[in-house]
Write a protein that binds this ligand. Sequence first.
Ligand SMILES: [Zn+2]
Length: 225
Amino acid sequence: MLEIINVDFHVHTVHSPDSVITFDMLVEWCGKRKVDAVAVMDHDVIEGAFEFSALSRERLARGEWAPRVLIGEEVRTSGGEICGLFLSEHVPKGLTPLETMQSIRSQGGFVYVPHPFDILKLKRLNTRELEELTGMIDIIEAFNGKPRFPGANVLARRFLRGHDFPAGAGSDSHEPTHLGAAHVEMEEFEGAPDLLEKLRGGTVAGKLYSPLASAYRRVRIRTRS
Ligand SMILES: [Zn+2]
């Protein structure tokens, strides 16, 4: 029987300045939400992804449960954010979108375009730029858990219908309660090329949450006052 797993392709850890997610929180909430694997996509840094991946492997080696951690980075480019997946080294911020994609691909990584039609983001790849760069893109995020513009996911899926990209999905979690809110249900995979193939047969699932509806932060604020 095929094993179907849930993968959240867009997660931020405490290594992102705007996220509170520690490794213990990741284990607890991925367990609760039945998320089997996450891609850590911290802003412009990769250390957290390496650290969480190592901690996950340690737990699994001890026979304890942990989500698998894929190593990524959400890189601020001169034309908006672009993610790299299966990275082995840091990608510097501030390059052009094309240079960033080249840097990701030169190390064998996949180019993952997050929230492509979130038109309220000041800097982002517009449709023309996306079309020009299609040869460099591996995965398009068809569903983001907290787009600023509510129609962004609809536009992303419409774009995907006219192109041959596998669809990714990620919660864009910056706090544990949002983990898994958006994810892909897909066949268990082994390594990078296999992931891309299995992703094509995957199902995007999940629900939107408001970036303002933050139970976790509310509790934190209350405990301080
Ligand atoms: Zn993000």
